[in-house]
Design a protein around this ligand. Structure first.
Ligand code: FEO
Length: 396
């Protein structure tokens, strides 16, 4: 089905509603969209292609949207295969198309596809491609999410083609954010950003500064809905500035825990209730049951994170180890961690967690801590209350 998003711009991307994981590890709730756009000006111009899983539908969309016209230009914003798997097929069908790509993108293209492009145009910062009415300005957006990424601003319709930026784990038949639940998009956009791009905040801020020199009326990302209203654009830009600078979104506390026999869970639940009773915004994640991608996403919201973990084989519980490795891989910053450990003979989790967290620069570890010996005793509740009061003073 041909989906026009403007008189002369069509959405020709596709969704994979049954896809269960992204990049082989991140669970998807509703599948995933792979966005692509076609501008029909004096010249026709394709903005990116799609994932291998939806190539046939995409090629049909492209042919329908072109309606017999030739394809003149292809812009490659990002070489990752979820956006380039249809490139060879497109070039086979439209061999005279000129491909606009960054120098590093073209090197990667040759490495991935082991061929060259006949009509390649290497784009540099600030280069402009005129399609007729539509004037496309290219600029680099290194590490959002790979080093070769470029973004494009179309000055005619004031549209930013943002590559992966502002994308989300999201697919729906509805394209416009105006007709969708912004908060659902925001949650999946945060999970996307923190898991896919999270480490590269400084580079994201550089790309944002470049993009914000333009008047932006519409953002066309490679995943998720089209952002086509001022309020949504401003909201997501504000969130990106917070995430990229590792600034807390709001006051409150995240409790992240693992439990083996339910005793560490009891401590986490008790702390949760006490904080709630003190009027603190508190979120709780049981890593035994909730995927690490959600825990990472929540970790970008709050400054205070309480970690509760049992000792396991004289080490830490594996799912906690994974969560901490996610924090470390993103070089998360500006957090204040409180550590609560459990152990039945030689509690070791607290020391190990402290060592891992000390290896992530730019964070604090609270001197307040608690060691539970197997199950909670009355004195443990007293310490939990002290921890809750300390957090409440900071985060109420
Ligand atoms: Fe959607 Fe980094 O690829």
């Amino acid at each position: 089905m041909l989906r026009k998003i403007e008189d002369d711009v069509c959405y020709i991307g596709c969704s994979n509603p049954t896809q269960e994981e992204f990049e082989g590890e991140i669970p998807l709730v509703d599948g995933m969209s792979y966005n692509s756009y076609l501008t029909l000006d004096e010249k026709t111009c394709l903005q990116d292609t799609v994932d291998l899983s939806v190539v046939d539908e995409f090629i049909a969309n492209l042919k329908e949207a072109l309606n017999g016209r030739n394809l003149d230009c292809i812009v490659v914003h990002h070489l990752e295969p979820d956006h380039t798997s249809a490139m060879l097929k497109v070039l086979e069908l439209y061999p005279s198309a000129k491909v606009y790509i960054s120098a590093m993108g073209y090197t990667m293209f040759q490495n991935f596809f082991q061929t060259t492009i006949k009509n390649v145009v290497i784009v540099k910062e600030g280069d402009v491609l005129s399609l007729g009415k539509h004037q496309l300005t290219f600029f680099a957006a290194q590490m959002v999410h790979w080093p070769e990424v470029i973004m494009t601003y179309d000055s005619y319709n004031k549209t930013l083609y943002s590559a992966d930026a502002f994308g989300a784990f999201y697919q729906t038949d509805e394209l416009s954010i105006k007709n969708l639940d912004f908060n659902k998009y925001l949650d999946e956009s945060r999970r996307y950003y923190t898991n896919i791009i999270g480490k590269y905040g400084p580079q994201v801020l550089i790309a944002l500064a470049k993009a914000l020199k333009f008047e932006i009326k519409k953002i066309c990302s490679l995943h998720g809905p089209i952002l086509d209203d001022e309020k949504s654009i401003n909201q997501i830009l504000d969130k990106y500035k917070l995430w990229a600078s590792f600034t807390q979104e709001k006051k409150g506390v995240l409790i992240c825990y693992c439990s083996i026999y339910g005793n560490t869970k009891k401590a986490a639940d008790s702390l949760f209730m006490t904080l709630q009773n003190k009027g603190v915004d508190v979120s709780i994640i049981n890593l035994n049951h909730i995927d690490t991608s959600y825990a990472l996403s929540q970790s970008f919201i709050y400054k205070d994170i309480v970690i509760l973990c049992p000792t396991f084989n004289n080490d830490i519980y594996p799912k906690m180890e994974m969560y901490l490795s996610f924090l470390k891989a993103r070089m998360i910053k500006n957090k204040r961690f409180t550590i609560i450990e459990n152990g039945s003979w030689v509690p070791a989790a607290g020391k190990i967690i402290g060592k891992i967290l000390s290896g992530i620069p730019g964070n604090e570890i609270s001197p307040l801590t608690l060691t539970i010996k197997s199950s909670l005793k009355p004195g443990d509740y007293t310490v939990l209350n002290q921890i809750a009061e300390d957090l409440a003073i900071k985060e109420r």
